[in-house]
Design a protein around this ligand. Structure first.
Ligand code: FE2
Length: 400
């Protein structure tokens, strides 16, 4: 099975310190559980106070021009702050005033598109779910009891099957894709500088055909929605790094190291940047993929929809994610030999494609993996949290 690499707004399975982790279940089980419990909740209980997140994460904001034009010593300090932001928070913001016009066009086009009747949008659905339109209920977090309440439109590179409405949709999204690919390459160079690695070890292949744009429409909550059903359940991104503009309706939240959910906001004219699992693997966890989710924040936003244009930068499927030596040295410097060995078991030498397939199996997006797939991934140290039905079907592999 050939699946091109993609970042995901889907929730992966492995969650560090998750606030609540229901037992894992395959996608269809989750959906059917939700359907069997069609509780009707009054509007007032859609967002109980405990779900409302008011505290802001205060992510640092960087001007890439300042870094570019700074004298050597100041540049060194700015790169350190930039990388530390990714290492310590996993989310930063970067000024991008030159992209304001295209972001406005993207938002306008996607609002028009998602306002179309569902049957119209379903004409843009593709059976492999990696491009075009996906309706609500298509994605459920492994471990979650309810499907994400979102519609999405996936734009892979060189996409050709554009919707008819609005007519400018394809042209606008192509331009945005190109602009953000260029920005991702630039950002990756700074990441390489922070890691003290040759650029080719980090930013290589970002400019080729593996970056994906995902347009997401999160409908306004309705009184009949189950309170546990959110816009996007807690997850880490599967790609290298993610870029997305802040939205008028907030909802993006990150999970802190001290186990709190905080709102992620950024000024208009900037982009939010967060790191994904590919970068976490390559850096042996020095730059982790931070757990995050999207949910209606309540208050004056309780009945508002949200639109987000999320760009996932990714490395090529064949790239090795074996941790970089300097990163291993940094992250394990205070560990005993035994601790170091145990720690590094989390980061085996796997490729981008192997990591992706393993996570898609864990998430239930590949519901029926072959025995060969499961055996190979398990043997490589992947599939650490497989869905129950996969463990049951291949119990001999997991018990060996
Ligand atoms: Fe995400």
């Amino acid at each position: 099975m050939q699946i091109t690499t993609f970042g995901s707004d889907s929730p992966p399975f492995i969650q560090r310190n998750p606030p609540s982790t229901p037992p894992p279940s395959p996608v269809q089980d989750s959906i059917s559980q939700a359907n069997q419990n069609p509780s009707i909740y009054p509007a007032a209980s859609i967002l109980p106070g405990s779900l409302a997140i008011e505290e802001d994460a205060h992510i640092p904001l960087f001007d890439l021009d300042d870094i570019e034009n700074a004298p050597t010593e100041i540049r060194k300090e700015l790169i350190k702050q930039f990388g530390d932001g990714l290492k310590d928070i996993g989310f930063i913001a970067i000024k991008a005033p030159s992209l304001s016009a295209i972001i406005k066009d993207v938002t306008k086009s996607m609002k028009t598109y998602f306002a179309l009747p569902l049957e119209e949008k379903m004409k843009d659905w593709n059976s492999d779910n990696s491009k075009g339109f996906s309706e609500q209920g298509r994605e459920t977090a492994a471990g979650a009891t309810h499907a994400d309440r979102k519609e999405t439109f996936f734009v892979p590179p060189h996409f050709k099957k554009w919707p008819q409405t609005p007519p400018e949709f394809g042209q606008v999204m192509e331009r945005y894709h190109t602009e953000l690919t260029n920005l991702a390459i630039k950002v990756m160079r700074y990441v390489a500088e922070y890691l003290e690695e040759p650029t080719e070890n980090v930013s290589e292949t970002i400019d080729t055909a593996y970056n994906l744009l995902r347009l997401a429409y999160y409908p306004a909550p309705k009184s009949e929605d189950h309170p546990d059903s959110v816009w996007a359940n807690a997850h880490e991104d599967l790609n290298a790094l993610t870029l997305l503009p802040p939205t008028k309706v907030p909802g993006l939240q990150l999970f802190t190291k001290d186990e709190r959910w905080l709102s992620v906001t950024a000024p208009e004219g900037s982009l939010i940047l967060n790191t994904g699992l590919q970068l976490e693997r390559l850096t042996a966890g020095l730059i982790k993929a931070t757990l995050h989710r999207v949910q209606n924040p309540g208050g004056k936003y309780t009945y508002q929809a949200r639109h987000s244009s999320i760009f996932f930068a990714s490395w090529a499927p064949e790239k090795s994610l074996a941790p970089l030596k300097k990163c291993v040295e940094k992250i394990t410097e205070n560990m005993s030999e035994e601790e170091r060995t145990t720690y590094l078991l989390q980061y085996p030498d796997v490729t981008v494609q192997e990591n992706l397939i393993s996570r898609l199996i864990e998430m239930g997006t590949i519901p029926n993996p072959t025995r060969e797939q499961v055996a190979e991934l398990h043997q490589k140290g992947l599939l650490q949290r497989p869905p129950l039905h996969v463990v049951e079907e291949f119990s001999d592999l997991f018990n060996s």
